[in-house]
Design a protein around this ligand. Sequence first.
Ligand code: ACO
Length: 426
Amino acid sequence: MTDKKAHLTVDGLDAAIELPIYNSSTGPDVIDVTSITKNGFFTFDPGFMSTASCESKITFIDGDKGILLHRGYPIDQLADHSDYLETCYLLLNGELPNDTQKQEFTNAVKNHSAVDPSVAALIKTFKRDAHPMAILCSAVAALAAVYNEGLDITKEEDRKITAHRLIGQMPTLAAMVYKHSQGEEFIAPDSTLGYAENYLNMTFGKAGQAPKVSQVLAKAMDRIFILHADHEQNASTSTVRLSGSSGTNPFAAIAAGIATLWGPAHGGANEAVLKMLEEIGSVDNIDKFVAKAKDKNDPFRLMGFGHRVYKNFDPRAKVMKQTCDEVLAELGLENDPLLAIAKRLEKIALEDEYFIQKKLYPNVDFYSGIIMKAIGIPTEMFTVIFATGRAVGWYAHWDEMVSSAYKIGRPRQLYTGSVQRDYPSK
Ligand code: ACO
């Protein structure tokens, strides 16, 4: 708490309401408004545009400066020097692991990567063309049925093993969802492979054949997982916290987060980028679509450009762009027609006065969509990959909440409906 106080004067109240102010380590300080209920008021903040819903030590974003820090480390440094499992350890534990800790964590995750047969059987019951996010959401909820009895979320040891199970099984489930859509046999996790490498093998490998995964593609996949690992109190993370605040099973809370991520305003944007590129269809049509995006009377927007929080650049997009170039070169896809549209669109938009003035830069989804398309991942699977990388962020926030003093989340409302009235007599 700071020495500073905020004072809220309200017409009709004799004295100002004194509100404590808490210091952040970086970024805006917050005004504690909890006491205003005593004066008969609630605060009103639809969309939580100015509400800090919790105290957290995990991730910091400064959208104006294009900064994203996990436990203080800039995202580009983590993408360059770390790998996904190390970043997971950092998010969960607050510090980077030493060699022994990293090995133990990696082994624990690998030891928990096989999915219970009941969940594998459940996945097989879905229609082959069901949306992969619907199947993933159900499969993760089903993990709550596997891991419920005996789970005590107040015990650190139980929470630790739950983290290993979740991080271990997300790529296995993601690959199973894909294999099911293709009508192919599931491939079991292989503990000799790296995390992203194992995911790619379970996705594109064939039963009975030795794994053969390109290291460039495995590195690209690992970076996609790192760049999606956490993004502080976004809609899906806030959902996991709110759901978890009732004391529910953590897999059930994560399933709620997956449901939230599915929406096109959140995790579904990378899917929208590819659909837009397909709609543009040819480099010759780009000018027409750019003009549509700039036309105030046309609702069309260039998908993959702009961001609610990042107004100068998306620090994740910078890293993604570099990975994108590496992947296209590895696959010899520099001349792919769809990717040619993407490259040309990026160039035109970056040089166009409208986009420069409105600070609309390509966001992480623009490049991640192109990379995943190049790797051969179908568009409908993009958000599943996002969910796989984000699982650790959801879990870290849930764990931070349940290991501290917390209350069940219960927002209030501005009621504007009918006042009390009597049921009409007949
Ligand atoms: N194409 C064309 N014009 C745009 C775009 C775009 N992609 N994005 C914003 N604008 C324009 C708006 O028309 C508006 O113009 P105006 O001031 O003349 O009315 C101005 O820029 C500001 O736009 P807002 O919608 O107010 O900006 P906001 O911060 O609310 O929206 C958002 C951010 C939703 C991401 C928006 O830029 C957008 O729709 N982008 C395309 C979808 C997308 O890529 N989403 C993924 C985000 S990344 C992620 O979620 C991981």
